[in-house]
Design a protein around this ligand. Structure first.
Ligand code: HEC
Length: 120
């Protein structure tokens, strides 16, 4: 990802708006790094995630075909920005959710979003 796009994305996150600029799957983060982040944080303890080593838990929904999913957590329209927000702090979006805040940095969450959106 080039720096200019990344700072546009950061500005979007800070401003909390999506006027005009579109964050694409390619610009949100780096999918291959995201795969390592998924392994490092053991997201597989609760999710089945194709291509990620480790456990394949059943507590949360399978993340197979995530790139084609219409909604995140059954409620929020699926887009790279929404997935980043979700991964950073699920309870802030859906207080009753069973998915905890796992303490990823924004950059880690962006890379994970890129990986998950690459799952066709
Ligand atoms: C303790 C179990 C647990 C862990 C660990 C966990 N999740 Fe989740 N996750 C859930 C649950 C439960 C849901 C369903 C949330 C809901 O609908 O309220 C969920 C939902 C999601 C969703 C939305 C899926 C969908 O189909 O809408 C994504 C994306 C996601 N998790 C990513 C991650 C990532 C990335 C990690 C690791 C950083 C992770 N999760 C770790 C339990 C977990």
């Amino acid at each position: 990802m080039n720096l200019r796009r990344s700072s546009v994305f950061a500005a979007l996150l800070v401003a909390g708006c999506d006027e005009g600029a579109v964050v694409t799957v390619e610009s949100v983060g780096h999918a291959e790094r995201g795969r390592h982040v998924l392994e490092q944080f053991e997201c597989g303890a609760c999710h089945r995630i194709p291509g990620v080593r480790g456990p394949q838990g059943r507590v949360g929904p399978s993340l197979a075909h995530f790139g084609q999913r219409a909604y995140v957590a059954g409620h929020f329209k699926n887009s790279p920005e929404v997935v980043v927000r979700w991964i950073l702090d699920p309870p802030s979006m859906k207080p009753a959710t069973a998915m905890p805040n796992l303490g990823l940095t924004e950059s880690q969450a962006r890379d994970v979003a890129a990986y998950l959106h690459s799952l066709e």
